[in-house]
Design a protein around this ligand. Structure first.
Ligand SMILES: [Zn+2]
Length: 287
């Protein structure tokens, strides 16, 4: 999955640090990152290289992978000359997320989420003052009224609804993503995450479920989301009534006939493949 960068170890304990020339620079402009691409492989530049290209950027510490420190910077208002030597250019998110190596892609995706958070919180939502980075934690603080804004993380569920050897697959309406998926939806304030599972399945498909089994979570940083994956059992009628403004398709597939055109980096894809490989008993047993 997207976050599986082993053997590299991702450490995001925050401490205030200053960027040095040999650190990695995650520099964003809108939804693109500054990088070079060689044979489908993404290369993140060092701070030194970016300083030669855009000397005015200020850097914020993000995280470490193994011994390598990563800093991010906003270049939304910066123009760059084409860098012919190193071929650095702004690579759109929708392109680099399908490249390799996985540690570089994951680093760019996490940095992209931090960039979005910063870009969307430049001014205090309470008093309008220009916000500043905290030196104590990964937060943005208003120097006037003290409002503290943390990185945006939205909890959501991915739900594999099982009925014996059948699994319910969906397709979402009106999105670029046209492949099969599982029922999914965002947590709403005031409910438990188990309530979210029941509500989303009922809203999207008209089905009732029971015997919820948490499987795994995934930081889906591309949309600032923390996904929590559940397997569960159909409870009652198997007749699907789709929520037409959300879904275009919701169909039962026998385990032996599950399509494989789902995303390879997603929790959804892993959960479908796990149901295919292990079947309902193991997926619905306690982990
Ligand atoms: Zn304020």
């Amino acid at each position: 999955m997207l976050q599986d960068i082993g053997p590299g170890r991702f450490v995001n304990h925050f401490s205030f640090q200053t960027a040095a020339d040999e650190d990695f620079a995650l520099v964003y402009q809108n939804d693109s990152v500054l990088a070079s691409v060689i044979d489908g492989m993404l290369r993140i530049p060092k701070v030194r290289e970016v300083r030669e290209l855009i000397p005015t950027l200020s850097y914020r510490y993000c995280f470490t992978i193994d011994q390598d420190r990563y800093f991010f910077a906003d270049a939304d208002s910066e123009g760059i000359e084409k860098d012919s030597d190193k071929a650095l250019s702004f690579v759109p998110s929708r392109e680099y997320r399908n490249m390799g190596p996985m540690d570089a892609v994951f680093a760019c995706c996490v940095g992209e989420s931090l960039h979005r958070w910063h870009r969307n919180n430049q001014f205090c939502g309470r008093c309008g003052t220009l916000m500043e980075y905290s030196t104590a934690e990964q937060a943005i603080v208003c120097p006037q009224c003290g409002l503290t804004v943390y990185p945006k993380i939205c909890p959501a569920v991915i739900v594999a609804v099982c009925d014996g050897d059948r699994l319910l697959l969906t397709k979402y309406r009106g999105r670029a993503f046209k492949r099969y998926a599982l029922v999914a939806g965002f947590h709403e304030i005031g409910e438990t995450i188990e309530d979210t599972v029941h509500r989303e399945v009922l809203e999207e498909t008209g089905l009732h479920v029971k015997n919820l089994r948490f499987y795994k979570s995934q930081p889906w940083v591309l949309t600032d989301t923390l996904l929590m994956g559940f397997y569960c059992e159909l409870d009652g009628s198997d007749t699907v009534t789709i929520q037409e403004d959300e879904l275009s398709v919701a169909e039962w597939f026998h385990r032996s006939e599950l399509p494989d055109n789902h995303s390879g980096i997603s929790l959804t894809g892993e959960m479908i493949e796990r149901f295919r490989a292990l079947g309902p008993e193991q997926c619905l047993s306690q982990l």
